[in-house]
Design a protein. Structure first.
Length: 366
């Protein structure tokens, strides 16, 4: 598995259970959408990877914790690492990785809410699945269970955020703009600088500028020539094709509950080539939104993903991984049992100190 390989190279250091218990990893982004530009040789190919792992039981079934008292029970929501440069990959040409790996419970919740990034992972082409255990296959096989009318709300929101980014103008600090121009002029490897920016250690940037540098990169703006693209076309082509993609994906889910991530790849490629005028794209998006609003009112998707069925699926996944869960669930009278155990402990102390105890347990006296 790629995480294990990168850890052995000393490039990442995730929690041990992320390495051993990851159940599903999928490449998303331009590779999954069928629009990756392999002709550009001036930058490293990058892979955006999402997935989920199953942490130790105590991080999921922490029912012995008394909230707000004592040492908090260990918890885990996600592990993220961006800008990982594997210089040895592809015979020395290099590879960049971005990882977002979630606790399976968090992953289920994000999918249930219709999060576009998570929904995409469930529908990537088979060749984009980097790793899948029996648990990963079980979740993927039941992916339609996560699809509800909530997806339109989330996909529409994401789409219009891309519209805003597509039209926004770069207003970065003059110092940072000058640095970027210098890097482009000198041909400085932006990936090396990015890795330094991740750690806020770029030699010629202050910490604040370094964070801005990284922020711009994550928004798809720190690419040599990206400012030229905006100057040439008047808008950001990357955010433009994501606008089209999100609306097309939403249409598929509303109409069929299924999704082909590469259905709109030719239109997306045309946008990347600058063949769409910005006004035409905006008009198309507004018209598509109207059509989807109508389709939404007539679609047969449930209002929300069935929480009870998803809980059953989640338990099946956990049993598949852990084995029996009989020792993990709270019993109906667990609170009373805990109080009685506390009373027995207090009674023992009282007997040692005072030679007696109240006639009723302390918690029943109240």
């Amino acid at each position: 598995m790629i995480i294990d390989q990168l850890e052995k190279k000393g490039l990442i250091s995730p929690p041990p259970f992320v390495v051993s218990n990851t159940a599903y990893l999928a490449i998303t982004g331009s590779v999954a959408y069928g629009v990756a530009d392999t002709s550009v040789k001036t930058r490293l190919p990058d892979n955006d990877v999402y997935g989920f792992c199953i942490p130790p039981k105590k991080m999921i079934f922490n029912y012995e914790e008394i909230r707000g008292f004592g040492t908090p029970a260990p918890s885990f929501d996600q592990w993220q690492k961006h800008g990982i440069i594997d210089s040895d990959a592809h015979g020395g040409t290099g590879q960049e990785w971005d990882f977002s790996i979630f606790n399976i419970v968090k992953y289920f919740e994000l999918c249930r809410e219709g999060n576009p990034n998570m929904i995409d992972t469930l529908f990537v082409p088979e060749n984009c699945i980097l790793h899948s255990t029996s648990v990963g296959r079980l979740v993927r096989d039941h992916r339609k269970m996560f699809i509800s009318k909530e997806v339109w709300k989330k996909f529409r929101g994401y789409a219009w955020s891309q519209m805003h980014k597509m039209q926004s103008k770069f207003e970065g600090s003059a110092e940072l703009a000058a640095i970027i121009e210098m890097e482009d002029a000198l041909g400085i490897d932006r990936k090396t600088t990015l890795q330094e920016a991740v750690d806020h250690k770029v030699p010629h940037l202050t910490e604040a500028q370094s964070k801005e540098y990284l922020s711009l990169y994550q928004d798809g703006m720190k690419v040599s020539g990206r400012f030229e693209i905006r100057k040439r076309w008047g808008y950001d082509l990357k955010f433009a094709y994501h606008l089209l993609r999100l609306l097309d994906e939403a249409q598929q889910l509303i109409e069929t509950g299924e999704m082909d991530l590469q259905r709109a790849k030719e239109a997306m490629k045309a946008i990347r080539r600058g063949e769409w005028k910005i006004d035409d794209l905006i008009d198309w998006a507004k018209q598509k939104e109207k059509e989807l609003d109508i389709a939404f009112t007539n679609c047969k998707l449930p209002d929300k993903a069935p929480e009870d069925k998803l809980k059953v699926l989640l338990i099946e996944c956990l049993e598949e991984h852990y084995g029996s869960l009989s020792d993990s669930f709270q019993q109906p009278n667990w609170a009373i049992q805990a109080l009685e155990e506390m009373d027995r402990s207090l009674a023992k102390i009282r007997n040692e100190l005072y030679g007696g105890r109240p006639s009723k347990p302390w918690w029943k006296v109240w």
